[in-house]
Ligand binder design. Structure first.
Ligand SMILES: [Zn+2]
Length: 275
């Protein structure tokens, strides 16, 4: 009898030990997989973005636990990648004007060169323009010299057309593809690399309802949402997104307004809160 009880005791201890290890590993992976939404020129690229064990441990040790979202502003920055494109960009700008919300456009230099009046309208509407390179390559496949050239050439085209100062310090890598070298080149050029807290998934073929549902489900505080310029479903989703976030007390801002008011720290450790 005593032997049986002892055996059950051992089994119970083993089950508890396994559960603790599983939970520990899951927590470690969750914290260590967390990468910043915005890389500032002063941040350490390796610690913040590498998948190496030392970086993962660094991120776990520096993960911020924010239990109370009360003190953080409810702000959301809508960001639109690519273009400008005829038809889609004017439609998108009309919708944003109707809704009275600003947005940040990461424009491709080559497309802006082809449709200069569209780039200029984005600026005239009071929206923000960031650098999305000149020809939209996968920067993780380019040499540092090529990365530098792509960013500078994109910036020069956008600056010559619009004079938005944000083209000088906000950039987003095409397809969200980068490596440590890519990020260091952008830093050296004085850029904040702007990624996102929520990839809406609108680059896949999805319906407006799916985009709205995704943005609500993965809402964070503060929030930077990745959207795209050439998609009708995205334009159709906007009214519902704006209505839902307004109803929840969010304020719509550009990326530079978000960074200037809250700083990169808040957006790199956002509170996750589905609407
Ligand atoms: Zn793009």
């Amino acid at each position: 009898m005593t032997g049986t009880r002892a055996r059950w005791g051992v089994v119970l201890c083993a089950v508890v030990a396994v559960a603790i290890v599983v939970i520990g590993v899951r927590l470690f992976l969750r914290s260590s997989n967390h990468k910043p939404a915005v890389l500032t020129p002063g941040m350490n690229v390796h610690s913040e973005f590498s998948d190496a064990l030392d970086s993962r441990i660094y991120r776990v040790l520096h993960a911020r636990v924010l239990a109370d979202a009360g003190g953080i502003d409810k702000v959301i920055a809508l960001t639109f990648d690519d273009g400008p494109y005829p038809i889609f960009t004017p439609l998108l700008l009309d919708r944003l004007q109707d809704l009275h919300v600003p947005a940040t456009f990461f424009l491709i230099g080559r497309d802006a060169e082809q449709w200069p009046e569209l780039a200029q309208r984005i600026e005239q509407d009071g929206d923000e323009i960031g650098d999305h390179t000149y020809s939209h390559p996968d920067l993780d496949h380019e040499t540092p010299a090529q990365v530098s050239l792509e960013i500078i050439r994109g910036r020069n085209v956008l600056w010559s057309l619009t004079h938005d100062p944000s083209v000088d310090w906000l950039m987003r890598p095409p397809h969200g593809r980068y490596n440590e070298d890519t990020l260091r080149v952008a830093q050296r050029l004085g850029y904040h690399v702007v990624l996102w807290t929520d990839d809406s998934g609108d680059w896949r073929t999805v319906t407006p309802e799916q985009i709205v549902a995704h943005v609500e489900r993965y809402a964070t505080q503060p929030d930077i949402v990745l959207l795209h310029s050439g998609k009708l479903a995205t334009i159709e989703a906007l009214a519902a997104i704006v209505q839902r976030f307004h109803a929840d007390g969010y304020r719509f801002v550009t990326v530079s307004q978000l960074l200037r008011t809250l700083g990169a720290g808040a957006v790199n450790h956002p509170i996750r809160r589905s609407l």
